[in-house]
Every structure is written in C-alpha cells, then in structure tokens.
Write a protein that binds this ligand. Structure first.
Ligand code: NDP
Ligand code: 2IT
Length: 446
C-alpha cells in the first residue's frame, strides 16, 4: 500500500478500534486507491484522504415512542452526513436491531463512491436506527417513524439531505416519514425517495436496485463473452433487492433456484415461483419457510449460510453485509460459480472478495452493481423538482443507460489502475473516488 493511504488507514484503526464494518470497508477502499495517490501527490498535500474518510457530520438522537401495550420505548437513531462534495447527502435509512455507528459509517462511505459512479449530482449519507419493524403493528411503526422524523426533519431537505429505503425501510415507512415531514415543515418537496406513486414516487424505483443489478451483470458478462440466458442463479435474501433481482434475471432467461431470509433458505429445482415469494414477503410480511409448504417439490433448510452450498453459475447476494465469507466463496468456486454480483452492500467479506478475484470469478462489487436503486432515487428527485412523472419505460431506459455507464467506468478504471482489467473492485473504487476528489480539491479546504 502507498505510504499515505497506509498512514491514514492506521490512523482510522487507532481512532475507531471497535468499528469493524467501517474498518473493513475503509481497508478495501484505501487498498484500491493506492495507485491514485501514487499518481496525485497533490492530494496528500491537501489532506484529501483524511477529510474523505471523516464524515462531515454525524447526528445521533433518541427516538421515544409508545407501543401497543402503552409502554414507552426508546430507540437510538443516527444520520451520517458523510460527503456533500458532488451533491446533497443521499442514502437510505436502515431499521434493524443490529444498526450501530460502525455499520452506518461503512454504508455511508460506500454510498459516497456509489453515488459518484451513477454520474448524478448526489453526495453520500446513510442513517438508521436499532428499531426492529418486524412483528410491530402498523400503528407502532407509524409512531416510531413520526418520532424519528420529529427530530430528523431539521437536518434534511430536498436540497440538503434526501433519505430513502434500506433494510427494514420500505414504502410503508417512507410514507409515514413523508407525512410527518410535511406536517412539521409545510413543504411538499422531494425530501425522501421511494415514495408511493400517488405522492411523488417514481415508477420503477421499487424494482430499480434488483433490475439495475441484472443490467450490470449483463454488461459484465457480455464484456467477457458470456450471457445470462440459460444460467442457474442463487439469490440470497427475499426483500426488495432480492425479489426484483430474481424477477429480472428470470426475464433474461436464467433460472433462480434458491432464495433466503435470516432464518433459512428455500431450494426449488423447478425455478422459484416469485408470485408466491411476493405474496409471502410483500403482502403477508411472513417468513420464506412458508414457501416450501405452498410449492410442492421445494425444500426449506434452516440457517441462511447454507444457501452458498447450492450449485450455481451466477450468485447474487442480496441480503446483508458479510453474509458470504471466505469458506462460502471457496465452495461457490468449487461448484463452478463464475460470476458474483453484489445486490447487498458489502455482502462478501474481504476474504471472499479475494477468493473471487484470485479465481477469476467475474465480480461486481456492490457500490457499482447495486447503484441502480440510488440512481433511480436521483431520477425521482429530478421528477419532483420538475413537478413531472415519467413513464416506467422512460425510467427503465435511463436505468439501463446508467448501469452501462457504471460498468464502463469500472472497466476503464480497472484497465488503467488495476492489477488486471477485470478487477472491478479497484475499478469501482477508483472511478467513484476520482470525481469526488476533483470536486473536493476545487472547493478548497472545507
Ligand atoms: P429488505 O429489508 O427489503 O430485505 C432484507 C433481506 O435481507 C431480507 O430477506 C432479510 O431477511 C435479509 N437480512 C437482513 N438482515 C439479515 C441478517 N443480519 N442476516 C441474514 N439475512 C438478513 O432490504 P433490501 O432488500 O432493501 O436490502 C438488502 C440489501 O441491499 C442491504 O444490504 C441493503 O443495504 C442493500 N441495498 C438496498 C437498496 C435498496 O434500494 N433497497 C439499494 C442498494 C443496496 P429477514 O426478513 O429475515 O430479516
Ligand atoms: O444502499 C443504497 O444505495 C440504498 N439503500 C438506496 C439509497 C437511496 O437513496 O435510494
């Protein structure tokens, strides 16, 4: 590693010793960026990297609300406003009991580079809370969301910071948050994305991350003389990203044979019936286990990590960080998997990523492969500020163009800076960073 990047990384480790997810993401990124700093000594003179790795601002607050038993509950919430060099802070809100500052800083850091890769004017941010929407009534979710926004509203806005969905935050939660923001500010503005279609949401946003992942995968495969048609695919997770990744890759001629949730996975040799998955997950908010009871010939296995033992050509991890470790990566490679594209953020551990790269698996890192969601959020922002609604086809065409642009940037930067032209990890980190770096340099020491 370049001496400057290595010194900054050591400093980060000393100052944030307990933030394992954040340090994991930072290690991968700084490792990739070494050649950039060899080429640009002026960045060190401007303290660019020290500024880049430190959030511009972190807001930490309590969220009091009353449950259905009349008991007061207190959650802890955060908004990490990481980098606004190229646009207003933009990134999702995660609602999951595991949420802590380390996870939100890793997600925020990834988001800066991801948003830069989209080519659209959006900075990087992330937020969330340790609130668990699972098993809560609609009224409890509403009480939480209203209290959350009652604190956060003063820090966000259509031109300052635009939150969106992530794990545990879908259309229901965004709706409650939007209603409370409007009540407190009196503004009908594009302050949140992923809104419902009747109040400023964009057609295609729900599908965008999963569809975009498949468009990226198609670009990556075609650039390497391969195709999606006829391939066997494993998709982990069964939330928003997983469902629409499975839908699009099936439309492209592949067969999805397995999906999962945090309890276990289903295997269906005939190809997963997505109508059943949507009914269980989107309508009933149930567990993936129920699929096996409804679809003859399918099998449910307890424990989500076992999904990586299923033989496949293409793997799309779409659940959560570090769901795919070194051992799982070796199993996938041994079973003939030759393409992995990340729908989730950092689903592969550093060891898994290394295993894929050293075995010449075509590997699409999350910040590039799953950028279609935030890109379409930026399209939603454009529609809101123009007071217009585009058709599904218009949005989908733009998404295809954006994903092709992202792949091309990754490939070009990999060719210039990487150890090999298919190292899209180096490609994504470098291409994403260079644009932010140029903007930060132009704006002076701020
Ligand atoms: P959802 O809440 O809709 O779905 C999450 C899925 O992942 C569920 O199947 C969930 O299972 C599973 N999951 C969550 N936490 C864990 C865990 N600790 N262990 C195992 N499985 C888990 O979220 P999304 O689909 O929106 O997000 C999935 C991933 O994609 C995340 O990494 C997110 O950051 C990323 N992403 C999302 C985007 C978006 O637009 N929504 C955009 C880009 C990336 P269970 O129901 O059992 O909890
Ligand atoms: O990780 C992500 O890119 C998201 N959760 C989507 C963020 C957004 O602003 O749409």
């Amino acid at each position: 590693m370049n001496a400057y990047t290595s010194r900054v990384l050591e400093g980060l480790k000393a100052r944030n010793p307990h933030e394992s997810e954040f340090l994991q993401a930072a290690t991968e990124i700084l490792d990739s960026l070494s050649p950039v700093f060899d080429k640009h000594p002026e960045y060190e003179a401007a303290g660019l990297l020290e500024r880049f790795v430190e959030p511009e601002r972190v807001i930490l607050f309590r969220v009091p609300w009353v449950d259905d038993q009349g008991k007061t509950q207190i959650n802890r919430a955060y908004r990490v406003q990481y980098n606004s060099a190229i646009g207003p802070y933009k990134g999702g809100i995660r609602l999951h009991p595991s949420v802590n500052l380390s996870i939100l800083k890793f997600l925020g850091l990834e988001q800066i580079l991801k948003n830069s890769l989209t080519g659209l004017p959006i900075g990087g941010g992330k937020g969330g809370s340790d609130f668990d929407p699972k098993g809560k009534s609609d009224r409890e979710v509403m009480a939480f969301c209203q209290s959350f926004i009652t604190e956060l509203y003063r820090h966000i806005g259509a031109d300052t910071d635009v939150p969106a969905g992530d794990i545990g935050t879908g259309a229901r939660e965004i709706g409650y948050m939007y209603g409370q923001y409007k009540r407190l500010t009196g503004l009908y503005e594009g302050v949140l994305t992923g809104k419902g279609l009747t109040y400023g949401g964009s057609l295609g946003r729900k599908q965008a991350t999963g569809y975009g992942l498949c468009y990226f995968t198609k670009n990556m495969l075609e650039a390497n003389g391969k195709s999606i048609d006829g391939q066997t695919v494993v998709v982990s997770g069964s939330g928003n990203v997983a469902i629409y990744a499975a839908e699009k890759i099936t439309q492209m001629g592949a067969k999805v044979v397995a999906m999962s949730d945090s309890n276990g996975y289903i295997y269906d040799a005939n190809g997963i019936n997505l109508d059943v998955v949507k009914q269980i997950k989107e309508v009933e908010r149930g567990r993936i286990k129920e699929y096996a009871a409804r679809v003859p010939g399918s099998v449910y296995t307890e424990g989500c990590k076992g999904i990586w033992t299923i033989k496949c050509d293409i793997a799309l991890p779409c659940a959560t960080q570090n769901e795919l470790d070194g051992e799982a990566a070796k199993t996938l490679v041994a079973n003939g998997c030759y393409c992995v594209a990340e729908g989730a953020n950092m689903p592969s551990t550093l060891e898994a990523t290394e295993t894929f790269l050293s075995n010449d698996v075509l590997f699409g890192p999350g910040k590039a492969a799953n950028a279609g969601g935030v890109a379409t959020s930026a399209l939603e922002m454009s529609q809101n500020s123009q007071r217009l609604s585009w058709t599904f086809e218009e949005v989908d065409e733009k998404l295809k163009g954006i994903m092709a642009g992202i792949f091309n940037q990754c490939a070009a930067a990999a060719a210039e800076y990487g150890d090999k032209p298919t190292n899209y990890v180096i490609g994504a980190n470098t291409a994403g960073f260079l644009k932010v770096a140029e903007a930060m340099m132009a704006q002076g020491i701020v």
